[in-house]
Every structure is written in structure tokens, then in C-alpha cells.
Design a protein around this ligand. Structure first.
Ligand code: NAP
Length: 540
């Protein structure tokens, strides 16, 4: 026998395993099926939908317009689905995903109630052995982690949390049947996008609402509204043109790019631009006014001051308005929130803001929350404390690559990969909208489609070439990580202790986790790599 001969690749039970059945997993399944791949999707929850199944908290809705925050791959789907609101609420988005699953016959390859716990690469056979918490093991040539970028829940380590006698619910794990808050004393910890959306809706129901805020955010008005029949007809008539423009866009929404520095404009011009952006109800509206909002501190401060003036104009009590006003980080270096009544809720007599910067939480007691100031008595405690974003859902799986190295070990000082897609030493393992890609800095559905299509084309290429394995080279990976870090360093993003930086999870390395160069530039780079025969990757 020739000792240098490579063993033949083993025949896996399926061609691909996809982890997660949200927006990413559903589309990945559809595309791999089109390629003729035998594909299994494992979903930990008892239903499909991912983020839009689990985040059922009151007020949950998207913050990119639904006509853009939806799949673009099927013109028929665009024409047949009808969004009822500018920003659809969670139940409607979940109905849309159910419709997609039915329309494209996806359900038969999805196994619910099954969490992927471990994936081990068999180097000799070029297959992944994937294990689940139901005791199943399946071998697959390819694994796609479609497990979400804001999905691993961040449970806060607050002393005494387990002693609370009332109910505790995380916004990202909200009971399917809802929670009866009528007549109850409710506490909400956290004022990120989830808290900002939940607070006004909870305030409308609860007898008393106490909001525990550690850091104030910049929240912009959504100006959400029902979509009229004429508007829907117009959107549908323009859909092909819109989707084509969206594909080339910087972040998955279509707009004319700014051309001027905020500091070149005089006060009146700036004020008019900011008012128009505020009135537009578009999350990125203020960012799009001038070229330098995210790169120049002085330019950024003009927007920050404008938002603070708006907060003062809405919130009647000056001390509460000041406590709600962000002053410790530049505008948009933490994700701004889209608000429907958040600031106004603090004008209600039964809503109280507790500024944890002044009086930190000391402990949760059986009766409520005790801060340095006093004890707040509560019946229900809502944790709107966010996620172990971008890397959490991947390192939650025990992934063992070449040489027995685990992804967890490899990423101990921060994620490393090429194009956000493949981490060297973990061949045939792809990630959808994970770290070091535009991900959370873009319209997620749009970036999901770009990743899924790239991954599908890559697998098609491997099959055509008769190759069984693709891996990133360490050198190309180093270059990509350095490029992503350089781009981030040229922005104001690192100035905030944000979840973009891993700063919200104790012990998580501080690395800027997303690609800041724009989804258009990123797509061009991904396409060029593929065109150049998968430059930076090794195919074998
Ligand atoms: P988040 O932005 O991380 O906000 C978490 C909040 O909890 C922050 O105010 C944080 O304070 C606070 N917090 C965390 N641990 C705490 C502790 N131990 N004690 C007191 N306060 C604590 O999480 P999120 O609001 O769930 O949003 C995360 C992301 O999910 C969003 O940025 C967005 O990308 C996505 N999302 C989108 C929408 C939408 O509109 N479509 C809605 C919800 C979520 P610090 O700021 O001081 O850390």
C-alpha cells in the first residue's frame, strides 16, 4: 500500500447539516436543496423562526422597514406577501417565516426540539460528526452555523436573582402564551433595543413599572404606521427595481449617500437635516445626514446633542430627561433604538426610571430589586439584558476542528476567520452573519441572503471541482482579521463599551466584532475571492 496515499473521503449520512431554523437556516436549506444536497436542519426550539420565535416580548418588532427586512430571492414571494405595517411586529414576522417554510416545502427536513451540542471533524474522512441533545449523531460533509448573531442570551449575574419570589422572564425567551402583566408591579432591567420596545407596551398594561437603566441609549422615533393598500401596490410595482438597488447597497436599505461633513454645514442647515431625519422614522436616518458622523467626534457630538434636545422636549421631568440622555459614548457606537413611546412613557405617573449609574443594583431580593438607594417591590422581573452577540451561539456548540482544536480555544482572544465565513482549521464549516462580517451593522435578512448564496455557490464549486474540503489559510485569515480591526479603528465604534465590542459579557475579549467597511464593499470582496478560485482558501 502506498503510505502517501490519502484515504478516500468517507460517505456521510447527509451532505449538509444546518444549525438553526430562523431566517438564515430556512434560506440555507432552500438553496442547498436546489443544489440537490441532502440536508438536515436542527432547531433547538419547538418551532421555526429563530429570533422571531424567541423574542416574543411585548412590543417586539423589526427596526428596518418590513418591505426591505424580508427575503428578496423570490419575486413571487415579494408579490404575494402583504406587510400590514411599516415595521411589522414579531407575530407577523413569524407568520411570514411560516409562510416561507410552507411555500417552499421546507418543514420536512427540519428537526425541532433538537439542539446541536457538538461537532467533530474527521480529518481522514472529511466529514463532520454532529451530535444533538436528543442523542442523535449524524455525519455530514458540510455544516452551516445559522444559529444567529444576537441569539445566545446574556443572563446577568445579579446577586440574589434566583431568590426572587415572582416571575422572571428574559425578553429573548418570552413564554409562548404571553405573560399577564395587568395590575402587576413590573421591573425591567436593561434599556437596549429590547427594553426600549418593551417599556411603553408594558407601561400600558402594568399597574407600576420600574425601569432599571445602567446606560442610557439614543432612541429615535419609528413613526410606525399601517401600510395603506395604495402604498402596498406601489411598493410591489417597484419591487424588482428596489431589490436590484438593495443588492448593491451599503447596508441593505436604499438611500442617497451623504456628500458633506457635518462640520461644513451651519447650525440652521444641520438642524434642518437632523429634524428631517428624526421625522423620517428610519433607524439610520441621522447617520446618513453627513459623511463623518461615525468617524469624527465633533461631527458626532452635533447629532448626540440633537437627540438629547429631543429627549428634553419629550420627557417632562428635567432630572429624568437628563438621566435618559446618553453622554458617555458617541451616537450610534452602540446600536441606536427605534422607539414607539419609550421616552413618553416616563411622563406616566406609574412609570419610574432608576438610574443605576447613581444607585447601582445591590441585589435581587425575594420581594424585588434593592439598589444602593432603596428596595423596589415587584411581582414580575423582565430581563432585557441582551445577548452574547456574534460569537455566543457558535462557541455554545462544542466544535472540534483539525488537530483536536476547539473553536472555543481558538477564539479565546476573539473570533478569527476569513471573510466571516470560515475559520482556519475548521473546514467545511460555514457561518451565516457571524463575526467579522457586516452582520449586525446591516439589514440582517439582506446579509443573510448574501452569505447563504456565497456558501451555496462555494459548495457547488467544490462539487464541480471534485473537491471534498475547503479551509481558510491561516495567512489569509490573519490578513482578514487585521483588515476588519483596521477598519473599525478608523471609526468611533471602539469608543463605546458595547456588545459590538463584547463589552457586555464579563470576561469576553474586547474585539470589534463586525466588519465596518459596508456591505457593498464586503460583497465585492467575497465575490472577488470566489472569482479568483477562492483566493485565501485551500480546496482539496
Ligand atoms: P442590549 O442592547 O445589549 O441591551 C441590554 C441592556 O441591559 C443594556 O441597557 C445593558 O446596560 C443592560 N444590562 C445588561 N446587563 C445588566 C446588568 N447586569 N445590570 C443592569 N443592566 C444590565 O440588548 P437588547 O436590547 O436585547 O438588544 C440587542 C440587539 O438585539 C439590538 O441592538 C439589536 O441588534 C437586536 N434587537 C433588535 C430589535 C429591533 O428593533 N428589531 C429589538 C431588540 C433587539 P449597558 O448598556 O450598561 O450594558
Amino acid at each position: 500500500m502506498d503510505p502517501t496515499a490519502r484515504p478516500a473521503a468517507a460517505s456521510p449520512q447527509v451532505d449538509a447539516v444546518v444549525v438553526g431554523a430562523g431566517f438564515s437556516g430556512l434560506y440555507q436549506l432552500h438553496r442547498l436543496r436546489e443544489l440537490g444536497l441532502r440536508t438536515r436542519v436542527f432547531e433547538a426550539c419547538d418551532d421555526i423562526g429563530g429570533t422571531w420565535y424567541r423574542n416574543r416580548y411585548p412590543g417586539a418588532r423589526c427596526d428596518v422597514e418590513s418591505t426591505a427586512y424580508s427575503y428578496s430571492f423570490s419575486p413571487e414571494l415579494d408579490q404575494e406577501w402583504e406587510w400590514s405595517e411599516r415595521y411589522a411586529a414579531q407575530p407577523e414576522i413569524l407568520r411570514y417565516l411560516h409562510h416561507v417554510a410552507d411555500r417552499f416545502g421546507l418543514r420536512r427536513d427540519i428537526t425541532l426540539n433538537t439542539r446541536v451540542t457538538r461537532a467533530v471533524y474527521d480529518e481522514a474522512g472529511h466529514v463532520w460528526e454532529v451530535s444533538t441533545d436528543t442523542g442523535e449523531t449524524v455525519t455530514a460533509r458540510f455544516v452551516v452555523l445559522a444559529s444567529g448573531c444576537v441569539s445566545a442570551v446574556n443572563d446577568p449575574d445579579i446577586p440574589g436573582l434566583g431568590t426572587f419570589a415572582g416571575a422572571v422572564h428574559h425578553t429573548a425567551d418570552w413564554p409562548a402564551g404571553g405573560v399577564d402583566l395587568a395590575g402587576r408591579r413590573v421591573g425591567v432591567i436593561g434599556t437596549g433595543c429590547s427594553g426600549v420596545q418593551a417599556v411603553p407596551v408594558i407601561a400600558a398594561e402594568a399597574a407600576e413599572l420600574t425601569v432599571f437603566q445602567r446606560t442610557p441609549v439614543y432612541a429615535l422615533p419609528a413613526h410606525n404606521r399601517p401600510l395603506a393598500a395604495a402604498e402596498i401596490a406601489e411598493i410591489k410595482a417597484r419591487y424588482p427595481e428596489f431589490r436590484a438597488a438593495q443588492r448593491l447597497s451599503r447596508g441593505g436599505t436604499v438611500f442617497a449617500p451623504p456628500t458633506k461633513s457635518a462640520l461644513e454645514a451651519d447650525d440652521a442647515e444641520r438642524a434642518a437635516a437632523y429634524e428631517a431625519a428624526w421625522d423620517s422614522g428610519v433607524l439610520s436616518g441621522l447617520l446618513r445626514t453627513y459623511t463623518d458622523i461615525l468617524v469624527d467626534e465633533a461631527a458626532n457630538e452635533t447629532v448626540a446633542a440633537f437627540v438629547r434636545s429631543k429627549i428634553r422636549s419629550i420627557v417632562a421631568d428635567p432630572a429624568t430627561a437628563e438621566a435618559l440622555s446618553p453622554r458617555t459614548f458617541p451616537f450610534a457606537t452602540k446600536r441606536p433604538c427605534l422607539d414607539t413611546g419609550f421616552y413618553a412613557a416616563f411622563n406616566e405617573p406609574h412609570v419610574t426610571l432608576v438610574d443605576l449609574a447613581r444607585t447601582p443594583i445591590e441585589e435581587v431580593t425575594p420581594k424585588g430589586v434593592r439598589t444602593a438607594g432603596r428596595e423596589y417591590l415587584l411581582d414580575v422581573l423582565v430581563l432585557a439584558t441582551g445577548f452574547d452577540a456574534l460569537t455566543g451561539s457558535q462557541v455554545a456548540v462544542d466544535i472540534v476542528g483539525k488537530g483536536g482544536t476547539t473553536l472555543r480555544e481558538k477564539w479565546a482572544d476573539g473570533p478569527r476567520n476569513l471573510l466571516g465565513l470560515v475559520s482556519a482549521g475548521f473546514p467545511n464549516l460555514f457561518t451565516v452573519i457571524g463575526p467579522l462580517s457586516p452582520s449586525v451593522l446591516s439589514n440582517a435578512v439582506f446579509s443573510i441572503e448574501q452569505h447563504v448564496e456565497w456558501i451555496t455557490d462555494c459548495i457547488a464549486h467544490l462539487r464541480r471541482a471534485g473537491a471534498t474540503e475547503i479551509d481558510a489559510t491561516p495567512r489569509a485569515e490573519d490578513d482578514w482579521c487585521a483588515h476588519v480591526a483596521d477598519l473599525a479603528a478608523g471609526t468611533l465604534y471602539p469608543a463605546a463599551a458595547s456588545w459590538y465590542m463584547g463589552a457586555n459579557v464579563p470576561g469576553k475579549p474586547r474585539v470589534f466584532l463586525a466588519y465596518t467597511g459596508g456591505a457593498d464593499r464586503y460583497r465585492a470582496e467575497c465575490d472577488a475571492v470566489a472569482r479568483d478560485g477562492y483566493r485565501g482558501f485551500v480546496l482539496s
